[in-house]
Design a protein around this ligand. Sequence first.
Ligand SMILES: O=c1ccn([C@@H]2O[C@H](COP(=O)(O)OP(=O)(O)O[C@H]3O[C@H](CO)[C@@H](O)[C@H](O)[C@H]3O)[C@@H](O)[C@H]2O)c(=O)[nH]1
Ligand SMILES: [Mn+2]
Length: 744
Amino acid sequence: MASAKLQERVPIRRTAWKLADLVVLSLLLALLAHRATSPLQCSWLAVVALVCEAWFMLLWLLNMNCKWNPVRFQTHPDRLSQRGGDELPAVDVFVTTADPELEPPVVTVNTVLSLLALDYPAGKLACYVSDDGCSPLTCYALREAAAFARLWVPFCRRHGVDVRAPFVYFSSHPCKADRDFFREWTFIKNEYDELVDRIEKAEESSLVQSDNELADFLGGNRRNHRTIIKILWDNSKSKTVEGFPSLIYVSREKRPKFHHHFKAGAMNVLTRVSAVLTNAPIMLNVDRDMFANNPQVILHAMCLLLGFDDEVHSGFVQAPQIFYNALPDDPFGNQTEVMYKKLGYGFAGLQGIYYNGTGCFHRRKVIYGVPPDCTTLVKPRTKGSPSWEELQVKLGSQKELIESARSIISGDMLAVSIVDLSSRIEAANEVAACSYEARTCWGQEIGWVYGSTTEDILTGQRIHAAGWKSALMNTNPSAFLGSAPTGGPASLTQYKRWATGLFEILMSRNNPILVSICKRLQFRQCLAYLVIDVWPLRAPFELCYSLLGPYCLVTNSSFLPKASEPGFSIPLALFLTYNIYNLMEYMDCRLSARAWWNNQRMQRIISSSAWLLAFLTVLLKTLGLSETVFEVTRKDKSSAEEGHDPGRFTFDSSPVFIPAAALAMLNMVAIAVGAWRVVAGAVEDKRGGPGVGEFVCCCWLVLCFWPFVTGLVVGKGSYGIPWSVKLKAALLVAAFVHLFCRGT
Ligand SMILES: O=c1ccn([C@@H]2O[C@H](COP(=O)(O)OP(=O)(O)O[C@H]3O[C@H](CO)[C@@H](O)[C@H](O)[C@H]3O)[C@@H](O)[C@H]2O)c(=O)[nH]1
Ligand SMILES: [Mn+2]
């Protein structure tokens, strides 16, 4: 069998789920119909409820569209190995890091080592680390890591080590009993421990003074410094057969006057620097906290990059984002496993999975904005390759860069650039300068797109808009494992940043609806993107709806049918089916009921805190009153504290907690008022006072906001909500109650 398929596209059957989708949809429709025809319809309360419920139905439709025909891709790397190593394209691997304090260098080093040791010809791999922190510590740590890689990579290859991030590998004892092996294992482990020790003991100030190679870092700071590029290891110069991939440290130039565009800016610099050095046709991008967990990842990705008749099917190949430090039952609702399995596979069945910022393989030409048709193998290129001048306008005028881009655009996947890396340092410095992008298309039609703190979704969308499809890569074991933030504040910061970026996309000319009208973003794919993009927009609707229950209890009114009315069964059935549907999704993904509860609870908390703040931030930005920034996610820290329960919600005085704390308080107050009225027999029946429905709404919300309830009432230290937040929340509640009462 000469051409056994490298990949198979397997549609996933979901007839029962489709039926359930329709049941929920019809209940939503029934609720709307009931509301529109009920006698209460003219009160503003009913209008607010109607608008919110219409929005929920729209969301449900968007979700249905996205999940409707999911697919999975099966890859066969064993069939690839029948091809020789010469038939594999080169891959440039990019790792981004930004802050040596929030992102300890030891973690970065582990990520890099796991990548250097992947099963792929060493001469075809190169690893670039971008350091936005411009930290001599990071550079030092990587240089030491390169020295350790000399032992580590051959060791992994020789013994077929499963997980090639040393901190994981050495966290358990080897099961092989062989004495020689054990001796070697102990030796390498000692070397690794010493490496960690050296990195952890190193101090910035003494490093730059004593170490000549690190003198470049003198006198700069992370916001204002020139480019520093260091070839830490050049594989082409290695004499041994058992080499390991080249390792290059890049800290791009930063000047206060130039916007550096956060991670997107860093990725664009890495793209150009790697273009003048190794110029691989495929690029792999990994966050610094995400190690390669499956040594065969690149081979799996190659099955999808080389395995289709037409390249258009895999403009990029994305591996799911999965976490290794995941707490049991996902207490902070940030493992997004169900989202991946339900929405992600659904996307994969449309124009393809979204780009998730890490664990993704891109074709370099896709990043250069080349549309798919001028690359099909069948049709000869009609337009011809772009002229020198054209490329100069788009990519900037660096000569080596344009030359390398021409070779990429001509489409030769197997070309290897054999240059002495150190001879190209000057060119690399030129393209890493902060003024290089002025008057070029970088950040617009070329490279990672600027203007959103969720640059990944935006960049992926641009690629889909050019007409490319993307493929979802599923491997067993998982391709990469990352670290999820632990603790309340870190999770909410992360959600806030995502939502801010998503709303920036919606409010810009890159809005998927516009893009699908003007470009080649498919209509259903556009709707699927909207499911994610509208996160922050959900906040105001969900907030309004969650105020209805307390409003009714406080003001002795109602917005839902009474238990005695026939209409009551509609919201009841909807509430039950919707929650059972979600619970079943978690069961289907082999997750616990507890994980479902935590996630659905976190959805309410995130919506009223992170998404709401993101919504307001972007509104302010649109009015020109503030700027959005990329806040780097803090990685596990406090877990070392004594008696610390990592699964418990913690608080700080950030404004993100105020609205959620206020909602928790308001619902408790409302229940108290409502209960008092029932006891006193003061529920007014004629005016339609609150019924079971309103009580259930408030109780449900109190349960959802339980971490806030305990934080308000009993929590001590970081488990308690700080007084400043409590006070502001209380003021909000008082203002609301006042408004409510005046309104009636
Ligand atoms: O100015 C910056 C800021 C961040 N980063 C890097 O960007 C990556 C992602 O940052 P992190 O704080 O870890 O964010 P996460 O919330 O974990 O990231 C998710 O969301 C981001 C978009 O908001 C994507 O870029 C990421 O790939 C995706 O994993 C890290 O490697 C950082 O070092 C930079 O290189 N420069
Ligand atoms: Mn991260």
